[in-house]
Design a binder for this molecule. Structure first.
Ligand code: ATP
Length: 145
């Protein structure tokens, strides 16, 4: 089966570097599904989760924004921040959600409100990705007796 290279990097570190079968990423205009041999593409990302399919298994990461480039069967994500699901500290993300919600409800300046909204989206993306960690059972119809 055809694969493509996926590299996810931040200014600080390489988060992911593998040959993968499929990728779904939070493009600025909506979810982007990318398969091997995709046409060249450059797009901004919004905070959200990245789903990767590799060898029949799904894995998840959180990304807070950045850029995604597809070129020559290689996908490069330059992320502001990115974490693999298993690296995410759920309590820290929950605390960040609470802090952001308090700041939003305290109706600070427009600038503070924008920052709180972005912080909320980052932390919610982390919680979403982290909670996918446990492999999900198939949720099809129950077997007939
Ligand atoms: P916090 O208020 O908890 O620091 P934040 O959204 O302000 O959250 P960022 O500035 O986006 O944090 O990220 C700072 C660094 O911490 C980055 O390297 C990011 O990957 C990491 N990080 C942030 N939140 C978490 C988390 N819940 N679990 C693991 N790493 C995290």
């Amino acid at each position: 089966m055809a694969t493509m290279r996926l590299e996810i990097v931040t200014a600080e570190r390489r988060v992911y570097s593998e040959d993968v079968d499929m990728l779904v990423a939070p493009g600025i205009d909506g979810q982007l599904g990318i398969l091997p041999n995709h046409a060249p593409l450059l797009t901004a990302l919004q905070p959200g989760e990245i789903r990767v399919d590799k060898d029949g298994e799904e894995s998840y990461m959180a990304v807070s924004g950045g850029f995604l480039e597809v070129l020559s069967n290689r996908v490069t994500i330059l992320a502001d921040t990115a974490e693999r699901a298993e690296e995410i500290d759920i309590e820290r993300a929950e605390a960040a959600v609470r802090r952001a919600q308090e700041r939003i409800s305290s109706r600070a300046s427009d600038r503070d409100l924008q920052r709180a909204l972005m912080s909320l989206r980052r932390s919610q993306a982390r919680l979403l990705a982290a909670r996918r960690r446990r492999p999900r059972r198939d949720v099809g119809a129950p077997p007939h007796s």
